[in-house]
Ligand binder design. Structure first.
Ligand SMILES: N[C@@H](CCC(=O)N[C@@H](CS)C(=O)NCC(=O)O)C(=O)O
Length: 214
């Protein structure tokens, strides 16, 4: 990879950017971190709003390509490093199911979990993007019950996204600790990349808090 192809990850610890960093590690990719101290509000400064007008991490830059949105970042990065074996090729029969479960995260899971967390009345089933919370979660439970990974025996980048997601949402109590979810989260979070980045995140988060006098 030439220097113009180098990847910069716009990052804050213990956020949705953590999964993207774990994926980069699992892919064996070289990358630079551009760290934002969210406690100091750096994500809302003009310099970062020029990267992502929503003021959200993760974002990545590679050459002229700027990518925001976790799911897009996951698909993009896993495709950039096909030799890591975490993405089914375009003509692979697993490609469709892989994209299905990747995008299910952003299109169905997150809206459902946020409504649930905020105790918001969901939209009527026919107008809600995720049907209803129980149905949305039930589909995931059925898929993961086949295990050990979302696509069966094959681990993909989607499992890194979902492993982190289950770990966080069960910690916050917004997703029930069903056996299948717990076993899956443990499978993914016991991996060295997850352990390494979680430890580095704890250190970075403490530094950010200290810098803000907390
Ligand atoms: N739709 C975005 C959401 C990302 C997001 O919510 N990031 C949070 C961190 S977990 C954030 O940057 N929050 C900072 C803020 O809004 O001030 C994605 O999927 O990447």
């Amino acid at each position: 990879m030439t220097s113009k192809d180098r990847i910069t990850l716009y990052y804050s610890p213990q956020t949705r950017a953590t999964g993207a960093r774990i994926l980069l590690e699992e892919l064996g990719a070289s990358y630079d971190l551009h760290v934002l101290n969210m406690k100091a509000g750096e994500q809302r400064q003009p310099a970062y709003l020029a990267i992502n007008p929503l003021g959200k991490v993760p974002a990545i830059r590679r050459g002229e390509a700027l990518v925001t949105e976790q799911v897009a970042i996951f698909i993009y990065l896993a495709d950039l490093f096909p030799k890591a074996g975490l993405t089914p090729a375009l003509d692979d029969p697993d490609r469709g199911p892989y994209l299905r479960w990747m995008t299910y995260y952003g299109s169905s899971f997150e809206p459902a979990v946020i409504d649930h967390f905020m105790k918001r009345e969901p939209a009527p089933q026919t107008q809600s993007p995720y049907s209803d919370y129980e149905t949305m979660l039930g589909a995931l439970e059925a898929q993961l019950s086949k295990g050990p990974y979302l696509l069966g025996d094959r681990m993909t980048a989607a499992d890194i996204l979902w492993g982190v997601a289950f770990s966080w949402t069960m910690t916050f109590g917004v997703v029930p600790r069903k056996d299948v979810f717990v076993a899956y989260a443990e499978r993914m979070t016991s991996r060295p990349a997850f352990q390494r980045i979680t430890a580095a995140d704890a250190e970075m988060a403490a530094q950010h808090a200290a810098a803000c006098g907390e």
